[in-house]
Design a protein around this ligand. Structure first.
Ligand code: NAP
Length: 248
C-alpha cells in the first residue's frame, strides 16, 4: 500500500544519511520529493536520478537551510513545481563537538544556526500554503541528547532541545488548522555523522543500548513515514524516541 500517493514532501539535508533514506522510502510510497543539500553535488545528482526512476517528481536544490532568504526562494520554487506542500521534514543538521572549555563561539553559533534556525526558516516558509490548504505534517529531526544532554555536545544538545520546544509550540499554534508538528529523537544511528567517532566509543554506545545495536537509517525513515502519512492523523506535539530503548 502506498501511504503518500501524490503527496508533496520537502526534506532538508537529503544528499546523505538519514535524509537520503527518508527521501528513498517516502518516494517509494508515491511522494514527490523536493530536497536540499549544502555541498554534496554528486550525491544529490545520484539521489535525484534514483528517485526519478521511481516515476515521481523530484527537485534537488543546493541551499543553506540556515539562510532565511534562500529558504524562501527554495519554497517558492517548490510551490511553482508542485503547487502545494503536504509534508515538511526538517532534517539538516551538523555537529561541532567539544567540551565547553574548548568550544568556540563560532562552533556554538554554527550548530544553533544550521540545526535550529533552519527549522524556523523552513516552517515559516511553508506556513502560508499549509494554512491555505488547512492541512500539513511537519517533522523535525531532533535527538535523544536534546532530552538528556551529552557531555561534549552542549551546542548540539541545546539546538535539539530548542527544536523540541519549537515543535510543541508549533503543534499548539497550528492544531486547529489541521497542521501537525512532531519531532523524532534518534539515538545512535550509524551514518557519516557518526563515522567520525572512535571505534571504542561506538562499541561503548552499542553496549549501552538495550537492543544492543546502533540504529539504521531505515529505523528512522519508517517512523518518519508514519508521521508524514495519515496513519498518524491524531498524533501531534510529540517527541518520538527512535533509540533502541537507550532513553526510556
Ligand atoms: P549526515 O549524514 O551528516 O547528513 C547531513 C545532511 O544535512 C547532508 O545531506 C548535508 O548536506 C545536510 N546539511 C548540512 N548542513 C546543511 C545546511 N546548512 N543546509 C542544507 N543542508 C545541510 O547526518 P545524519 O546522521 O543523516 O543526520 C541527519 C539528522 O539526524 C541531523 O539533524 C542529526 O542531528 C539528526 N540525528 C542524527 C543522529 C545519528 O546518530 N546519525 C542521531 C540523532 C539525530 P551535504 O551532504 O551537502 O553536506
Amino acid at each position: 500500500m502506498k501511504l503518500l500517493k501524490n503527496k508533496n514532501v520537502i526534506i532538508t539535508g537529503a544528499s546523505r544519511g538519514i535524509g537520503k533514506g527518508i527521501a528513498e522510502l517516502l518516494s517509494s510510497h508515491g511522494a514527490n520529493i523536493a530536497f536540499t543539500y549544502r555541498s554534496s553535488d554528486d550525491q544529490a545528482k545520484i539521489l535525484e536520478r534514483k528517485l526519478l526512476e521511481g516515476g515521481n517528481r523530484v527537485i534537488g536544490f543546493k541551499t543553506d537551510a540556515s539562510d532565511f532568504d534562500s529558504t524562501n526562494l527554495f519554497v517558492d520554487e517548490v510551490l511553482k513545481e508542485f503547487n502545494s506542500i503536504d509534508v515538511l521534514i526538517n532534517n539538516a543538521g551538523i555537529t561541532k563537538d567539544g567540551l565547553l572549555m574548548r568550544m568556540s563561539e563560532q562552533d556554538f553559533d554554527d550548530v544553533m544556526k544550521v540545526n535550529m534556525k533552519s527549522v524556523f526558516n523552513m516552517t515559516k516558509s511553508v506556513l502560508k500554503p499549509m494554512l491555505k490548504q488547512r492541512s500539513g505534517s511537519i517533522i523535525n529531526m531532533s535527538s535523544v541528547v536534546g532530552v538528556k544532554g551529552n557531555a561534549g555536545q552542549a551546542n548540539y544538545s541545546a539546538s535539539k532541545a530548542a527544536i523540541n520546544g519549537f515543535t510543541k509550540s508549533t503543534a499548539l499554534e497550528l492544531g486547529s488548522r489541521n497542521i501537525r508538528c512532531n519531532a523524532i529523537a534518534p539515538g545512535f544511528i550509524e551514518t557519516e555523522m557518526t563515522e567520525s567517532l572512535a571505534e571504542d566509543q561506538i562499541k561503548e554506545w552499542r553496549n549501552l543500548i538495550p537492543l544492543k545495536r546502533g540504529g539504521t537509517v531505515n529505523d528512522v525513515a519508517n517512523v518518519t513515514l508514519f508521521l508524514a502519512s495519515d496513519m498518524s492523523s491524531y498524533v501531534t506535539g510529540q517527541v518520538i524516541h527512535v533509540c533502541g530503548g537507550m532513553l526510556t
